[in-house]
Ligand binder design. Structure first.
Ligand code: GTQ
Length: 351
């Protein structure tokens, strides 16, 4: 030990350090030892908090946007769901974005493309479509639809009622990497180059075109996962024994690779039998949950929430989650798990 170094926190020693920090600050340097604990925490300490958005409570606010601005003027008429502890950052977690998008009858959200990947979960209303890469798909409640990075997409509403869906995007990830590009199409709509249902028939029917090969990181060609198929599969799976931590939980895959449909976001569908209670579970991927059917009590690190249909719950990284179904419940969820897994960072813990 060097006896000449000040080992105490005497006011003189601290003042000398502070003056030193000010001097090195002039050269854009700062001492690691003051921040090491925060930089390299023993376990994740997300600045995000758990939070619940009741659809019944916010629906009228979403509809009000329909009176204040058109889809054409807004480009996308969306209310961003901001984590209360991350206001101003357009994030529901540090890595994920969520928003409620509204499209009124007769409107078009014009064609554009960007390097951010989007997922949609259709919540409310009928008659809208989204077009991705030349193919339109009718949006029905519970449908999970993907807009892969850099694909042209526009949305329209040919029906009689407002349509609302949840947007999940990897906007904060792309922003963090400073890798965002976007462009607008010259025309509002993209040309339809394939009939509705083409991608699902071609890539989502336990077969792929004979000469098709996909690299592991490429996004799925199946861009719609219809609710009808999801619920039929979950009901059939639910004839078996539920997992203590998950109930009956399936992850969506790109059928050509078995991997996540998107390189940056994973998506899940989960059925909890009536009255079923999961054991506490935590994982490093902060997750956005949406209740599609029934109702669920969620217990997150000492906070309790009740989710009804179309409600959104965000559970930050490494927060313990316990769910209890009222009547039989179905939850959709998405997270950044594929990113964490690709980097060897993902962890989970089952209590
Ligand atoms: O539908 O293309 O919520 O570009 C945010 C950015 C939706 C979209 C959002 C977007 C979109």
């Amino acid at each position: 030990m060097n006896a000449s170094l000040p080992q105490t926190h005497s006011p003189g020693a601290l003042a000398e350090r502070k003056a030193y920090y000010d001097r090195i600050g002039q050269d854009s340097m700062t001492p690691l030892w003051e921040v090491l604990g925060a930089l390299v925490p023993p376990q994740p300490r997300s600045p995000a908090v758990s939070h619940h958005w009741s659809y019944a409570d916010v629906r009228s606010q979403v509809m009000e946007a329909g009176r204040l601005i058109s889809a054409a003027e807004a480009e996308r008429r969306v209310l961003i769901l901001e984590n209360p502890a991350l206001r101003g950052q357009s994030g529901i977690t540090q890595s994920l974005y969520a928003g409620l998008q509204l499209i009124m009858p007769g409107e078009v959200a014009p064609a554009h493309r960007h390097t951010q990947t989007a997922l949609r979960l259709v919540l409310d209303g009928e008659g809208a479509y989204t077009a991705v890469d030349g193919e339109r798909t009718t949006m029905r409640r519970g449908d999970f639809i993907i807009t892969p990075a850099w694909t042209w997409h526009d949305h329209g509403n040919l029906g009689q009622e407002p349509v609302v869906w949840l947007d999940g995007l990897d906007i904060p990830i792309v922003r963090f990497l400073d890798a965002g590009f976007a462009e607008k199409n010259e025309s509002e709509y993209q040309a339809e180059t394939r009939p509705e249902g083409d991608a699902l028939a071609r890539y989502g029917s336990n077969m792929v075109p004979v000469d098709f090969y996909q690299a592991p990181a490429e996004p799925t060609k199946v861009f719609v996962y219809p609710w009808e198929r999801t619920i039929a599969a979950l009901k059939a799976v639910a004839r078996g024994t539920p997992d203590p931590h998950f109930g009956h939980k399936q992850r969506y895959v790109n059928p050509a690779t078995g991997r996540s449909p998107m390189p940056t976001m994973a998506a899940f569908s989960q059925l909890l039998p009536a009255g079923f209670e999961t054991k506490p579970y935590r994982c490093t991927d902060g997750t956005v949950h949406v209740c599609l059917q029934g109702s669920v009590q969620a217990h997150v690190e000492g906070r309790d929430y009740t989710l009804h249909e179309n409600d959104v719950l965000v559970v930050p990284s490494w927060h313990s989650l316990q769910l209890r179904a009222g009547p039989e419940a179905v939850l959709f969820s998405y997270s950044d798990r594929p990113v964490q897994q690709a980097l060897g960072l993902w962890r989970e813990q089952r209590a």
